[in-house]
Design a binder for this molecule. Sequence first.
Ligand SMILES: C[S@@+](CC[C@H](N)C(=O)[O-])C[C@H]1O[C@@H](n2cnc3c(N)ncnc32)[C@H](O)[C@@H]1O
Length: 454
Amino acid sequence: MISPSSINTVSVFSAIGNTPAVCLTQDLPYQHAAHILLLGCGDVRNVLFTTYSDTNPRRQHDITCCDIESAVLARNGILSSLLLDDVDELNYDSIWSFYYHLYIDDQALELLQAQSRKLRELATSIEPWHRSVYGRLLRFCDNGTFVSVREIWKSYDLSDLSQIEKELYKTRFEAGIQKSLPARTAYLAKRNAFKCLWSASPAGFLALKDLSNLHQYFWGDGAPAREGNPNPMFGPNDTSTLHYGLNPLLGYRLSTVYIPLDIKYPLKQKLPMNSGRYKVAQAAHFQFFEWAASFRVHAGNSLTLRFVAGDAIAVCNAILIGGEDYEGEVAPVTFDIIDTSNLADHVGFINVLVAASQLLKPTFLAILYTEVLLDMGRNRAEQLDNLLCCPSPTMSILPGLTPVEYWVNAAVSTANEEIYDNFITPSASRVQTDVEKGQMRSRIAWRLSMLLHT
Ligand SMILES: C[S@@+](CC[C@H](N)C(=O)[O-])C[C@H]1O[C@@H](n2cnc3c(N)ncnc32)[C@H](O)[C@@H]1O
C-alpha cells in the first residue's frame, strides 16, 4: 500500500504484548456482527480472549489487523493456522513454546518448520492463498503484506541450513538478543524491576516479586531458558531490536493466581497447587489452552482475520480514501470497534484519535479504544489533559468524540496500583525519558459525541 511514511530509525520488535488480554466486543450488544480494526494489533491474545469471552458464540467477527511489523502478522498467521489444524489438541505445548519462548526444543522447532513449509506451498500468490483451506480465516489486504509475510514464514524453516550455517544463525540470534540489553539495563537501573502491575490487577502488589522474577527467567538471566534451539519466530533481525520488556505472561489475566475464585470460575478446578512464579506460568498456560479451543470453534465458521502491514495512521488514511488494494476484496472500510493498543504512546494521542475516528461507523454503538501506558499525570484527569494538550472537554470536541469513562465518571479498570507505585518509587518523581517515566495504564473508550448525546 503506497503512502507517505516516516523513516523508522530505531525499530523495536514487540513480538509479545505487555497488557492483559481484553474482550474486544465487551461493549457491543451480543446480537451485532463485529467489524473490528486493530491498529498496532500486536500479538494474538486479544483475538483469542474475545472468542473465549464473547457471550454470543455465533457472532461474526471480521477483524482487520494492522501492524507496522510484518513479523508480528507472520507470527499471528502461523499460530492461527496451527490452532485451526490442531483438532486433537495434541500440539498446544509446542505451539505455546514457539509463540512465546526464545529457545525451543526439537519437537516445537519441527512443528514450526513443517507448518512454515505447508503455508508457503499454499501461498504461491495471493489468489491461490485466498482459495486455500486457510483463505477464509486468514486474508491479506494487499499484495505487499502478503509477500512480506510469506518471506518471513520462509525464514522460520531452518531445515536446509548446514551445520556451519546453523552455528552462524545461533551466533546472530544471540547477538540480536544482546541488542536489547542496554535498554533493559537502563530500565532496571531507573525502575528497579519490570513491574507491569496491570497484568495482575487488582492484585498487582501481591504479584510484584513474581513478575520481576519471571521477566528475568524469560530472558535467560538465570540460564535455563537459553537451552534448546534459537526460535526463528524471534529470529535474528538486523533491522529491529527485541522489545526490552518482553514477558509472555503479561498478556494473561494473572490476578486469578492471587485472589480467591468462585467455585464456578471455569479455570478454578485446574489451577495448580504450586507456588510463586510456577503458579503464574501455569495459570497463563491454562488460559491460553482454553482461549485457543474457543478460537478454533470460531475460526471454523465465524471469524475472519485480515492482515495489513503498515503505519497505522497511513493505513487509516488509505482505507478512508478507498485504497486500490481493497478493490475486489469485500473488506470492511468502517468499523464497529477500533482498538488502537498503546499507539498513542508512540505516534501521539491526537494523531491516533483523528485518524482512527474517521473509520468509525456512524452509529452510537461504534467505539474507539485508546490505551496509554506512560505516566502522564498525577491522576487520570490530569493525564487526559496532558495527552490532549489542553482541557479534555475542549479538545475532545474537535474529533467529535466523547471519552465514556470521563462522561459517566466510572471505569472498569483501575490505575491505582501504578499511581501508588510511582509515588513510592523515587526515580519516578523526575520525569525524563520514556525509560525513566513511571507507568500508568489508562484505557479509554470513545464514542461519537453527536450520536451519543441525541
Ligand atoms: C504499540 S506496540 C506495544 C505493545 C502493546 N502494549 C501490546 O501489549 O501489544 C503494539 C504493536 O504496535 C505495533 N506498532 C508500533 N508502531 C506502529 C505504527 N506506527 N503503526 C502500526 N503499528 C505499530 C508494534 O509493532 C506492536 O506489534
